[in-house]
Design a protein around this ligand. Structure first.
Ligand code: SF4
Ligand code: SF4
Length: 235
């Protein structure tokens, strides 16, 4: 651990490197109101935890996020807030473009191979036709996703009839933190444009984690889960 470095310098050296900090969740809106020393301290705390965990880092961060969500939703219930609407078999959100790190994609491939789960490469290729990418194969954020039939929009890991996730233990971070209030009707995709009626639950604690991990993995995160699985498939 490089104790002598200031938190900001440590984060610039180990997380941001030569790029930009990619801000996620509610951090873009709340950056200004948070004390800067707290921001850098928290970015460093998560960065040290993640980078120090070696090959277990994806598993560690998934477990941390799951525990945090348990703790935060339990706290909210004590204050009288309703729990997230999300529940087993509720899969509208599994019809969107999914992002993940290259290490998460690797873990998904291993899990599918061990569990005998079919990877539908043809569908992944078809879906990429509705995702605009730049010359580095990074998703630009523009889609014509809704031009596909609803079945075409579904994640290849969404069980057709039960509407459950067939790779639940290794699902990416983005799938873990996606929480909605009251209803699932606004959770369907809108060609990359957020539905103004959607009421998502955003916890700042999760925004810090996504920001650090996605900044470290900026080279893979914008490729989308589908493209990462295809790139590694060599098929
Ligand atoms: S985000 Fe929406 S569709 Fe997804 S599980 Fe939660 S309520 Fe259901
Ligand atoms: S990986 Fe699982 S949770 Fe994530 S979009 Fe696919 S089916 Fe849904």
């Amino acid at each position: 651990m490089e104790i002598s470095l200031s938190d900001r310098t440590w984060v610039e050296k180990n997380v941001i490197k030569n790029g930009d900090m990619l801000l996620y969740g509610n951090l873009p809106d709340e950056m200004e109101s948070l004390p800067s020393e707290h921001l850098w301290q928290e970015f460093r705390r998560i960065g040290e935890l993640y980078l120090g965990a070696g090959q277990s880092r994806t598993r560690l961060i998934h477990a941390l996020v799951d525990e945090l969500i348990e703790t935060l939703t339990a706290r909210d219930r004590r204050y009288g807030y309703p729990p997230p609407y999300c529940h087993k078999g509720c899969g509208n959100c599994c019809h969107e473009v999914v992002y993940c790190t290259s290490e998460e994609a690797g873990g998904i491939r291993e899990y599918c191979s061990a569990e005998g789960i079919f990877l539908d490469y043809e569908k992944l290729r078809r879906q990429l036709e509705y995702v605009e990418c730049d010359s580095s194969l990074d998703h630009t954020g523009v889609t014509t996703w809704n031009d596909q039939h609803i079945d075409g929009q579904s994640c290849i890991f969404l069980h057709k009839t039960e509407k459950t996730c067939t790779i639940w233990p290794v699902r990416p971070l983005v799938c873990r933190v996606h929480l909605a209030e009251e209803t699932s009707v606004h959770c369907t995709p809108h060609n990359g444009v957020e539905n103004p009626q959607a009421r998502g639950i955003n916890y700042i604690e999760l925004s810090f984690i996504l920001t650090v991990v996605f900044t470290i993995h900026r080279d893979s995160i914008k490729k989308t889960m589908g493209r990462l699985l295809l790139l590694e498939s060599k098929i």
